[in-house]
Design a protein around this ligand. Sequence first.
Ligand SMILES: Nc1ncnc2c1ncn2[C@@H]1O[C@H](COP(=O)(O)OP(=O)(O)OP(=O)(O)O)[C@@H](O)[C@H]1O
Ligand SMILES: [Mg+2]
Length: 502
Amino acid sequence: MAVELTGITKRFPGVVANSDINIAVRRGHVHAIVGENGAGKSTLMKILYGMQRPDEGTITINGHTVSFSSPSDAIGAGVGMVHQHFMLADNLTVLENVVLGSEPTRGGVIDFGAARRRITEISDNYGLDVQPDRLVEDLGVGDRQRVEILKVLYRGARILILDEPTAVLVPQEVDELFDNLRELKEEGLTVLFISHKLDEVLQVADEITVIRRGTTVDTVDPAQVTARQLAELMVGSELPTPETRESTVTDEQVLRVADLSVRATDGRPLLEDVTLTIHRGEVLGIAGVEGNGQAELVEAIMGMRVLSGGVVHLGSKDITTWSTRKRREAGIAYIPEDRHRHGLLLDSPLWENRVLGHQTERPNVKGQWIDRASARRDTARIVEQYDVRTPGIDVLASSLSGGNQQKLIVGREMSGSPKVLVAAHPTRGVDVGAQAAIWDYIRDARRNGLAVLLISADLDELIGLSDSLKVILRGRFVADVDPAQVTPEQLGSAMTGAGERP
Ligand SMILES: Nc1ncnc2c1ncn2[C@@H]1O[C@H](COP(=O)(O)OP(=O)(O)OP(=O)(O)O)[C@@H](O)[C@H]1O
Ligand SMILES: [Mg+2]
């Protein structure tokens, strides 16, 4: 066995994150770990990577019992981890990023020649296609992820932990990642893989361990289970069947953006003459490979970007020059792409996060003062309604699991009946049950007139929720697609500009 985790228990104040976990991972296997948000997956992986110390239990690596007090101990034992939030420095090259912290030196000087040769060798060996001299800021998400994997391999890892690596990838990139994982396996490496996308798990894993409320409930053979059975193992009960779609689109324009253009500081066009209209009761989906202008579009609508041209209208009002705050107050809710940078104050309690971005709105204020009691009550309501798993509303946002942080943001933004919801990856990192619940909330709100701009890397989500769909490529809309007709495969090829239009 490459890894054996036996009787692992980890307690945090008010929560038992891991409780008597037992997992055995075979060498050369991709071993998936699935479970609901807050089930304890990331905690377990952080323990294996030396970032957290278990209260009880033992870890053995290749038959030897180990005790890690830091990630460098874990790396020393051949265990590496790729985090969901990439940790690369944008303004450095791939080569510089990879050697950062583990430079081969010659007489005290970094030997970049040797490093470059090793990077190329590793890249060739595992089919990673990493080019050492490119600037990281010029790379797409899939490339960045390969750099992160290469960085871990460069440090000598033989056991790789990937915590939700596919959440940010579009289907083609997922396929590429899975090809890479197969190469790694063939070379005898072992991969621990966490994902909420159960179809993918079934596709790539050799074995799957299910964790429920901090403890291992079963290890199953992917050939013997369906995605639905897996999900039921995760929640411990049967799932409801999803409802069918019906249109609620009206002809009342709520958000209109015309001829919007945004340029980079060096003058490069990031968005060019983008025009869209969203009506009351309509979900407009934007499909595209990450980095094709989606982020700029969202930021332009939220007033976080300087425009080089174009106008934004909310109903009959021209809001082009309004501040972000004024836009929010006028009824535009915003689920940001990066919940750590824009969505949450990680070092503040949940109830203060309820107020964040809504500090001038009810129920958070009375007169000109923050109404703590009422903000706290409403936080408790969100926690209850959106099933945020937490010991209370006074814990810091940083102590919530990734998916539970996301649920809190969605709950906050859906509060107070907004007119428009600008949602970037609203269900990123949430489990299948929570995803279905969030979809239901969005559909309900839409039925009551909400206009939604939906950005998502999850093509099933885009197709399932949208009333209309636009494809964005290199800062322009290149196709209108009927979500009732298109398949994920057709949409995927439209996104890369390949193939005929669906
Ligand atoms: N540093 C911490 N302090 C306090 N509680 C924590 C801390 N880290 C995790 N927890 C709690 O431990 C539990 C397990 O969290 P963990 O992040 O392991 O879940 P997860 O399975 O990775 O969920 P997700 O799918 O949402 O990422 C949660 O209840 C979480 O709030
Ligand atoms: Mg997690």
